[in-house]
Design a binder for this molecule. Sequence first.
Ligand SMILES: [Zn+2]
Length: 319
Amino acid sequence: MNSISRRYRNCASLALGLSFVTAGMASTGDEKIGEARQLAMKSIQAGDLQKLVDFLASDDMNGRSFKSAEAHEASKYIAKQFKEAGLTPLGDDGLWFQNIEIHEAAPNVVGIRKGKGDRFLLITAHFDHLPPKKTGDDRIFNGADDNASGTSAIIEIARAFGELDEMFEASIVFVAFNAEERGLVGSRHFAKHPPLDLKKAIGIINLDMVSRGEENLIFCEGGPSAPGMLPSIKKANKTIGLEIRFDTHPEWMRQSDQWSLLKEGVPALYFGVDDHPDYHKVTDHADKILAKLIERVARLTFIAAVDLVSKTENTNGEH
Ligand SMILES: [Zn+2]
């Protein structure tokens, strides 16, 4: 998450008359998600997520600051993971990478699982963190929670989709953004130069800091902008059983990459944890994360995404 702007802004003003759906959902709570989908969901495992975080947040990766050699290395690593998950490249020139405005910065990494129509769901996380301190015993901002956690989650979600043979109604676009910590630069570039028409976007689910606090607690912001997506989240949670606190910190909406897409009219949901003592500190270490929490959030996102891309039309109305 980004600390440049912490000024409160009520996102409800962006909802533009969309009503906040909190009740009357069709879900009965005992719907089966199907055996194949169940197995795919269970392929998302805390142990694998921990390994990904251990790598991305290792001292060798030096904090993955946006221009660093290690950020470039991280982007290549993520592209390799996307490829292994069976995604198709959707960056510049038919490759995995989308260059962003900043000279010498690492690129965004973009991949797609194609569906039948031209609609698509965005599942995103930023992979960059902060440059090392000049002095001190521990100088490296490892950024395990912020945001190796979300990056590892979207990789494993892409892999889970790779376990399924189904052709869904809509596509899923996975984006690992760079330069979030510089002020949402990578996502702003993506939103201004989207590889697909954003009018066809079902919405964005952005994961930024999903591994600290309590093992079964996550916060979800953006409900007022995404009433068509919330029922899928709530239905998916009948399987996962997380405690989800909805829309308790509307100011968080502008502090990570979902903001760039929301500004372009894309319904946006953000998942994250509350601030913690290691937030933007060199002590945001991989051995402090709750891999089980990432697993639950990733599984939730996966099941909700399956539901959203199985629908034949967007239920948000115009946006
Ligand atoms: Zn941050």
